[in-house]
Design a binder for this molecule. Structure first.
Ligand SMILES: [Zn+2]
Length: 89
């Protein structure tokens, strides 16, 4: 999304002037170059992101650890919930 620093506003691509400048202050906004920088900031085409053979980014190891930890925690809470229900019967 094109951002204007001087106006502190986001502009839809079709809200900009045809030459890609800000409709309010005339400052040059998003070019394909800044879109590439945005993509880099989002981790797309980041050389540090490990990719699988089909080109999709591989989940980082700490994400998998977190998923496993959350699964164990939720399973434990489920056990506690079942115990709570059983004790009330
Ligand atoms: Zn502006």
């Amino acid at each position: 999304m094109p951002w204007c620093d001087s106006c502190a506003k986001y502009y839809a691509p079709n809200a900009m002037r045809p030459d890609g400048t800000c409709p309010t202050c005339g400052r040059s906004l998003a070019t394909s170059g800044s879109l590439r920088a945005e993509a880099r900031a989002l981790g797309v085409d980041d050389p540090t992101v490990v990719k699988k053979a089909d080109g999709t980014p591989k989940a980082p190891w700490h994400f998998k650890v977190m998923v496993v930890a959350v699964s164990i925690y939720l399973l434990w809470r489920l056990v506690q919930g079942i115990e709570w229900v059983v004790h009330r019967l």
